[in-house]
Design a binder for this molecule. Structure first.
Ligand SMILES: [Zn+2]
Length: 357
């Protein structure tokens, strides 16, 4: 095992983070569409919920990181909507995020910005449900790649109504207030060190992840990987975070621990090393860039004061407090130990059969 890499974050304030179950989900997505190498007898990736995040600075500034899926999916850009039925995926969405916020007493005008991790339909929601005062924040290269929106540009994945009338800000990681956390270029969004946008391209042009400081003295953080990965098995295990001898999954209804050596045999059967992640991404705007981003995120994921979660993280609902509760107390509540290896639970039959079914 290699030493834990440095991941220094300058001193700063804490922000409040609330993880919103957007009531949207994807099911029956073929495994090979997102992940490789294959798993014998597992044809689809596990259920993919869609999360959005409420972030509030210590002086009350509020932003949303991602919006999930818009409820009126038929109003997506036709270049996106017309393709969805051909995928065979099972898609569900009950509410727009604005409805979920209003049910808890918030109004759209309470927020200063919506930050899009990237342009995909299951993350952009419907910004037009928020007042024009709410800015739209995107990653580097976004405007060149996707503006103008539909209908002015027929093949754009976004709509003109997503941004018309509101300020749209593209983060420039070469600006003077950019710093590097580990090897990740970071933008101190509130300017108080509580919430960093991270330049994590590869899955999509200008894809953003984020790091929220959840406490000070001691410092703890939640890393919002968004779609840099779709399964935490694309990050774990790693050379810095090897498989435990026994994997406790009792929070997910598995009374007996899963022996780590079964996972190692399974890895071997698929040409993977024990300390390589279970999967690599199979589809991305740039696969080599996506893989480079993942190796940088692994250096954050192995820190015991950072909880890394992804935008479709299916390990969260059983264990953590969701919106309107805050997720800041994740460390004191022991959530990381429970969810860290939970992604393995979907592959237990494959482990038991040595990967050969
Ligand atoms: Zn997604």
């Amino acid at each position: 095992m290699h030493g834990i890499p440095q991941f220094e974050v300058p001193a700063g304030a804490a922000a409040t983070v609330k993880i919103i179950d957007t009531t949207s989900s994807l099911n029956l997505v073929p495994l090979g569409r997102l992940l490789e190498p294959p798993v014998h007898n597992v044809n689809h990736v596990p259920f993919l919920p869609v999360y959005s995040y409420y972030i509030e600075s210590s002086d009350g500034r509020k932003v949303l990181f991602d919006l999930g899926t818009r409820k009126d999916m038929h109003n997506l850009s036709p270049s996106v909507y017309n393709r969805l039925p051909t995928t065979g995926w099972e898609l569900r969405v009950e509410k727009n995020v604005i409805e979920i916020l209003e049910e808890s007493g918030y109004q759209g005008s309470n927020f200063e910005a919506i930050i899009w991790s990237h342009q995909h339909w299951d993350h952009i929601g419907d910004p037009s449900t928020f007042p024009d005062s709410v800015k739209l924040v995107v990653g580097p290269g976004f405007k060149d790649a996707y503006l103008p929106g539909y209908p002015e540009r027929a093949d754009s994945p976004i709509l003109e109504t997503d941004y018309r009338g509101r300020e749209m800000i593209e983060i420039d990681f070469s600006e003077s207030h950019t710093l590097t956390l580990g090897r990740l270029p970071a933008h101190d969004y509130f300017g108080d060190g509580s919430f960093y946008l991270l330049n994590c391209p590869g899955h999509a042009i200008g894809h953003l992840s984020a790091l929220v400081r959840t406490s000070t003295n001691p410092d703890t953080f939640i890393l919002l990987a968004a779609d840099a990965v779709h399964d935490m098995g694309e990050i774990r295990p790693s050379e810095y975070l090897p498989l435990p001898k026994e994997i406790d999954l009792h929070h997910y209804g598995y009374p007996a621990p899963c022996p780590g050596h079964l996972v190692e045999m399974f890895q071997d059967s698929r040409g993977r090393e024990p300390m390589q992640p279970l999967f690599i991404p199979s589809t991305a705007e740039s696969l080599s860039t996506a893989r480079a981003t993942i190796s940088k995120l692994q250096e954050a994921d192995c820190q015991d004061n950072i909880l890394a979660i992804c935008g479709h993280d299916n390990a969260l609902a059983e264990v953590i407090d969701l919106f309107p509760k805050s997720a800041n107390h994740w460390k004191a509540k022991g959530w990381s130990g429970r969810i860290h290896w939970a992604f393995l639970r979907f592959y237990i039959p494959a482990f038991l059969s040595g990967g050969r079914g």
